[in-house]
Write a protein that binds this ligand. Sequence first.
Ligand SMILES: Cc1ncc(CN)c(N)n1
Length: 232
Amino acid sequence: MSTAPVATLSATDANLGFAEQLRQSCWEDWNACIQHRFVDEIFDGSLSDEVLRRYLVQDYQFINRFVALLGAAIASADVFAPRVTLSQFAAMITSDENTYFLRSFDVLGVPPADRLQPALTAPTQTFQQLMHEAAQSLNYANCIAVLAVAEGLYLDWADQPAKKHLPLPARFEHAEWITLHANDFFRSFVAWLRAELDRVGPTLGREARAEATHYFQRAVQLERQFFDHVYA
Ligand SMILES: Cc1ncc(CN)c(N)n1
């Protein structure tokens, strides 16, 4: 795994649950994502097809490994109940979200090769690698840490109070990417992920906690790079 420097958790974080400690430890990158130009443009419908195509082609490859990570979280969960919740979420990703990509690719004229085997950009490759490592660790806390970033950060941009008053953009490629990440099912899944981090966090030893923290912080850095790179 990368050894890029990341923020440490401070002693004053002790009053917060593990999920909120983690989020606050990368507040700057987290905020940069939810206030990103991509978010503003998808909400006001001004996102160019070129940027959206680049984003969706790379993101479809992200989703591929993301579903494998969900599988690893299902395999490594300590009890049955999390397996049920994670399986229900996997069902949504592989149905509603998958068809969103396919319908958007049709509208944007993305050829089969770019849907299935595009040239991967550096942030996509690094993100895939991080998810692969978390999955291979077969460590539930590591898997949940990365899932909590990928879904928590998307809830925070798509469901943010500053945008709630806005009408949805006219095109489904824009509107549906927002509503897939701002609905009751998604809200409750993210709340559940955060509760899982709070549940398992206190059970972790020092090293395991540092490892899960590192996965979380690296994932937040990569989310920011992923948004940035579609404009590069
Ligand atoms: C890069 C990225 N991060 C998170 C998500 C939300 N599932 C996503 N689609 N793409």
